[in-house]
Design a protein around this ligand. Structure first.
Ligand code: AMP
Length: 337
């Protein structure tokens, strides 16, 4: 039954893809910007479609994300969308790390559409993988988390640091081969730059886009409403890591699993998420559960930030446990000293 269900999911996804490709303006293999030959549609999001393309200049495959503005939109809505997309582009283009999807290029197609050119990632995203396989053995799930945290550490070591803010299985792309082989995170559409104007290291930064993001993966502080806007920090991403790891291990989300986004808001599900419960099965190490509890600390003051999480013993290779990661890079002498 499970095998048939997986085949059915794949088949439905392919039918949708073909339907979307048939309806795409770009299904006749055009060359965009004298450089990118479009080959096939990969997928469709809200206001965009992603095509596999071939970069004729660099001679490599790329993913061309075409952002389509609706002609019916009023000018201010169009302007707002472009502002948002340019912000994403400006954040994303500066990021260069093995665990982050590269953004190579952006160009205008016409008045109502433009294209971002991304590193091409073969393989599925973690969301689809979990749909097909329900859960992932702890060893491999831990490897996905180690790689995700490595990307987050990079985002917090650059200046100014960046909060991803929309970390979820759909934004973690898996390589081909083994599930945990080589993951990359993507979609910086909601990310926040912690620059001097908006960020206070003791306090965090104001939450400007409340209601954005995917509720199952956002921490309680993102749901606090009132006169005093909640302060957010990289601890938002730490919470998301805990939820994603839990979902990989147990095949369900820790809070609001069967609820819609609207129901989560209505029932204050995440504001009530004071304690995480673990199913009996599959058997999971106490270290993994303790790690998840640290990520899902209700009070952000008690939750580690990303740099702290990156030093967590659970994520280190066995020989490194108890040591600080950066000792690796010190010359031998100063280590002895
Ligand atoms: P998005 O609108 O970003 O969710 O992308 C829609 C679909 O396009 C995804 O589900 C993926 O199948 C595909 N996709 C997005 N980015 C890439 C990429 N960099 N490489 C390969 N496929 C991608």
């Amino acid at each position: 039954m499970e095998k048939l269900e997986r085949e059915r999911n794949l088949h439905i996804r392919e039918l949708k893809r073909i339907h979307n490709e048939d309806n795409s303006r770009f299904n006749h293999h055009p060359v965009l910007n004298d450089r990118y030959l479009l080959l096939s549609l990969l997928g469709k999001g809200g206001f965009s479609e992603v095509h596999k393309g071939f970069d004729l200049q660099e001679q490599r495959y790329v993913a061309c994300k075409i952002h389509q503005l609706n002609k019916e939109w009023k000018d201010d809505k169009k302007a707002n969308y472009i502002k948002h997309a340019l912000r994403e582009y400006n954040i994303h283009k500066k990021l260069e790390q093995a665990r982050i999807v590269r953004l190579f290029d952006v160009f205008e197609i016409d008045n109502n559409s433009f294209c971002t050119v991304l590193e091409y990632c073969d393989g599925n995203d973690l969301d689809f993988y979990l749909k097909q396989n329900k859960s992932i053995p702890e060893k491999e799930a831990r490897s996905i988390i180690v790689q995700t945290v490595s990307a987050l550490r990079y985002l917090n070591q650059i200046n100014p640091p960046v909060i991803h803010y929309d970390l979820k299985p759909g934004n973690i792309l898996l390589g081909t081969g083994s599930v945990s082989g080589e993951i990359k995170i993507t979609d910086f559409g909601l990310s926040k730059i912690m620059d001097n104007d908006s960020y206070n290291p003791d306090n965090g930064m104001d939450l400007t886009s409340q209601g954005a993001g995917t509720y199952w993966y956002l921490p309680p502080e993102c749901f606090v409403v009132g006169k005093d806007p909640p302060k957010i920090s990289s601890k938002v991403d730490v919470w998301s890591v805990g939820v994603i790891f839990y979902q990989c291990l147990f095949g369900k989300k820790p809070f609001g699993h069967n609820l819609s986004q609207a129901a989560i808001l209505e029932e204050n599900t995440i504001l009530k998420a004071t304690e995480v419960q673990f199913p009996q099965k599959p058997p999971t190490t106490n270290e993994a559960k303790a790690f998840i509890r640290r990520c899902l600390k209700y009070k952000k003051e008690e939750r580690p930030d990303v740099l702290c999480l990156a030093e967590d013993d659970y994520l280190k290779p066995p020989a490194m446990k108890g040591k600080r990661q950066f000792e690796d890079f010190l010359p031998k002498k100063s280590q002895e000293a």
